[in-house]
Design a protein around this ligand. Sequence first.
Ligand code: FMN
Length: 322
Amino acid sequence: MTLPSTSIGLLHPDQVKSVIGAAVLAPSTHNTQPWRFRCVPTGIELHADPARALPVADADGRELLLSCGAALFNLRTAIHALGAHPATTLFPRRDDPTLLALVRPFGARRPDPRLVGLADAIPRRHTNRTLFDDRPVPAPVVAELRHAAEVEQAWLPRLSAKQREGLRHLVHQAHHAQLADPAFLAEWRHWTARGPDSRDGVPEYAAGRPPSADGGWVLRDFGTRHRNRADHAEPLVVVLGSFDDTRVDRIRAGQAMQRVLLTATAAGLDASFISQPVEVPSIRAELRRLLGGGLWPQIVLRLGRGTPTPWTPRRALEDVTE
Ligand SMILES: Cc1cc2nc3c(=O)[nH]c(=O)nc-3n(C[C@H](O)[C@H](O)[C@H](O)COP(=O)(O)O)c2cc1C
């Protein structure tokens, strides 16, 4: 596939390439990069790529939609930073089931400096699985992270000490359930044991230790310090929740997740994902109850300050664009 050689709305071809380049820097489960971009005269279409689904860890494709939502947030933000308004429509469309969104860059607009800051953070954000140090995330930054979720119609609820302890327990349970599932481990190995030239999957240098009974970084670093300082405990662990759980809610939650992650990057924080308790359906239901039953938990994030880690690769733009 070749990249478009014509302009779209206010964007000339090089700008189209740069905003799609920003979109693909989004995080995705196991770095599957489950997206495709189609340039049409009216805008840029975002499609899911079902060939890159994870039938075991993500049987109903929820995390695939979160990943695509994250790519959509990057796309919108990069377009905004170039001075165009990213008019965005979210779909389900019966005649085109993979189509998730259309972004039409039109109408010159003076960029909002806060969004430009988030656009600048796109290439600096990456998953950091190292141990985080003891410095607390300052309360004003926690407030900014909450605001980032809310602007994108999601929620980062305050967790009481009891809820935090309950979450910790659910993470353990889910982690052990996944470890006991040979199909889960086979899928995990498929995406993490790729060769050095692979442009997808999680390379060994970024993955950290393989899943193990002691939980590696997932369990060791989860709230073992300052456990009674519920909301500001280090590392800060947050649950991103949505008000409903339809396909569109999941795409929105992915955008909110990415806005939270970029806000964290812009504030000098590192982040990693704890997806075990939302990947095991029965435990996700328990987590929903733990949060009071009003929110659908979409992802758990760990935020703090780790040690620098290298980048993960991405596929060539030609391979994700049509
Ligand atoms: C929905 C979702 C769930 C994820 N779950 C995990 C996880 O449980 N453990 C983990 O180490 N990384 C997880 N990741 C991070 C991906 O492995 C990472 O985004 C991918 O390898 C690309 O690397 P990058 O984030 O550094 O760009 C998740 C990412 C997404 C979007």
